[in-house]
Design a binder for this molecule. Sequence first.
Ligand code: ZN
Length: 317
Amino acid sequence: MNDEETVPLLPRDCWNWVWKLKIPANVQFFLWQVMHLAIPTRTILNHRGIPSDSICPICDNELETLIHCLFNCNRAKAIWNLMVGPSFGLPEEDSLIFTWSHDSVDKLGIVIPITMWSIWCARNAKVFDDINMPLMATLSKIKVMTHNVTQAFNSMHKEITHIQPKLISWQKGHLDSYILNVDGSAQTNPGMAGFGGLIRDFDGQFMCGFHGNIGYSNILHAEILALMHGIQICCDEGLRDIICYTDSMHTIHLVQYADVSTHHYENKIAIIRKYMAKDWTFQLCHTLREGNMCADFLAKLGTRSTSDLLIVLNPPA
Ligand SMILES: [Zn+2]
């Protein structure tokens, strides 16, 4: 077995250190997924009943398990060797991931999740765009990202405390700003479809998530419903300053610019527009698929769910 179902049940606060790491929220969520053995490697997809070639797309030689993909594949091993040195032990089986991640971050800090994340991005570049990321490019990405993330979190804190010294409670939310990520998913297009999303405060703390199943439909419908439910939930929660990210340019175009008077989803787009026109700040922005992984994860839960809409009040643990 090689799935999140094999993760032992741990007290919810076992994950708190992940949500407190000063790294971008998508990397935080990725780390959380890794520790739940839930990133969609080919063997994990197979285990979930999604037919897929199980061989590693990088070395074309071994089964793509999570451990193989992130640690044992020759390319991954070379990256870890150069980043943390050959004597730094790497996990050799799935059951060791939780302890290894915790202990390694304790010793070496954010370079650990950033290295895992960059190996995964290079793997996805190969799978989805057939790009062979050179080893040096991945290494330099890890170094630059580690540097930039450290700087950004430090300077963000300095900037805020400099400009608004009274904002002692800034870490609980910057001027009540919130980030909403939404995504739609369909097992095939058209096919069994669902949507999902999550709201975090400006500091990356999870506020709530949601997902739902829409039956047999298409990806655009799922993307539109993700945004519609996301914006409704933000409004119901009384939030007043939202930046919303979607990876669907099509949805942004329909909602912001298009004449949709004869569009199949006219009613849903009208609901979204009505909410956007309310007396609040709601910015709709595009993000790349990689930047929207947490919402994507929830949307995929939606495709397998039996519920029209489920609100999740704690980060799934
Ligand atoms: Zn491999």
